[in-house]
Design a binder for this molecule. Structure first.
Ligand code: SAH
Length: 349
């Protein structure tokens, strides 16, 4: 049984033509039904012939995740724990910025990257999420928004939830192509972001796709010594290799990356660290997004004091680096990546 949400339009065309001897435009018709009109019942698809409807009903499903748990924050942030068809639980978040409704999507069940400050890594990766499951994360959030007001929808998607997107490269790329396609979610490339902890091969491969979709890189340290302590992936790909890949991306894709940098008290937040960071990224066009740490009670890390955050920002700015401090959402709910899932999985055990 195929899940129709697993297919980007080119793959669906190929399948329908080669296996079902249909015309290519069948794929466009189906995309319009499932994404434009949000119809999930084959019987309601009026321009599909009766005989092909029967084929669809036997060979295809429109499988969506179920809401296992929902938390709503004072600022309107919604955090969902979604249950996939095999019972695995995945976190999805909706944040409301003044410029739009941002879905933060998970790309894997658990994560193997093992970043020292992150709750997602409490639970090792069980498996990749399929393209259709990631599509499902956005569909479910869209449905909740439409219940509030039919004109509302997810306007931006960031693949920044649990998991490492470039560790599940093909499914993530199909997913963002469905988001971006005019007959899919029709979300503009500039409204889509993929965030990686720095898998160098993935960055180079992504550069070669020449997509206009934003790329964010979790940097979190100005040198290998600190980065090795925080992010095990750094031992495999030291910063000089990462920076080379970033420059390659800038040249190939013609776009700049965003560096994400969590400020951790006494670990990476001194003025010296800011100077080192400015020197490290010199020669790239990159922009730095400073992230206030969302503390996790099982971990030793603390968030930097506000004046230190501002000193860090000031130092970067004076050195000609464009940087901003990320707005925080949902701190009253379990907003940090992986917190909600970790809690619930523990309960289940
Ligand atoms: N694996 C990808 C995407 C998932 S993590 C990546 O590393 O980019 C998304 C972002 O959230 C990363 O920048 C990550 O470092 C950050 N993050 C993880 N735990 C956090 C916490 N407790 N507080 C603030 N940011 C956190």
């Amino acid at each position: 049984m195929y899940n129709l949400y697993d297919f980007k339009i080119e793959k669906l065309e190929e399948l329908l033509v080669n296996k079902y001897f249909q015309k290519k435009y069948r794929a466009t018709q189906l995309f319009k039904w499932i994404y434009e009109k949000r119809v999930d019942d084959f019987d309601k698809m009026s321009d599909i012939s009766l005989s092909f409807k029967e084929v669809l009903k036997t060979d295809f499903c429109l499988d969506k995740p179920k809401i296992f748990k929902k938390q709503v924050s004072k600022d309107g942030t919604i955090k969902l724990l979604l249950e996939m068809s095999d019972g695995n639980l995945v976190e999805t978040v909706l944040m409301r910025y003044n410029y739009g409704n941002v879905a933060c999507v998970s790309s894997e069940v658990g994560c193997n990257m093992g970043c020292a400050f992150c709750a997602s890594g409490f639970l090792k990766k069980k498996r990749d999420l399929t393209c259709g499951e990631m599509v499902g994360e956005v569909l479910v959030l869209d449905e909740l928004l439409k219940e509030e007001d039919p004109s509302k929808r997810v306007t931006h998607v960031v693949v920044m939830g649990t998991g490492e997107p470039f560790d599940n490269y093909d499914n993530v790329l199909d997913f963002i192509r469905i988001l971006n396609h005019p007959y899919g979610f029709a979300i503009g490339a500039r409204h889509l972001t993929v965030s990686t902890c720095g898998l160098v091969e993935g960055i180079r491969r992504y550069a070669n796709e020449h997509l206009q979709i934003n790329l964010a890189i979790s940097l979190h340290a100005p040198n290998d010594e600190i980065r090795n302590k925080l992010m095990p992936i750094s031992r495999k790909y030291p910063l000089n290799e990462l920076m080379d890949a970033v420059k390659y991306y800038e040249k190939e894709a013609g776009r700049r990356v965003t560096f994400e940098y969590i400020l951790l008290k006494g670990v990476n937040d001194s003025k010296e660290n800011a100077k080192e960071l400015a020197a490290l990224i010199k020669g790239t066009l990159a922009y730095v997004n400073l992230i206030p740490y969302n503390p996790i009670k099982e971990l030793i890390y603390e968030r930097s004091d506000e004046n230190r955050v501002h000193d860090f920002l000031d130092t970067l700015t004076k050195l000609g680096v464009t940087a901003t401090i990320r707005k925080e959402f949902g701190t009253d709910i379990d907003a940090a990546c992986g917190q909600l899932r970790a809690k619930n999985e523990n309960k289940k055990l």
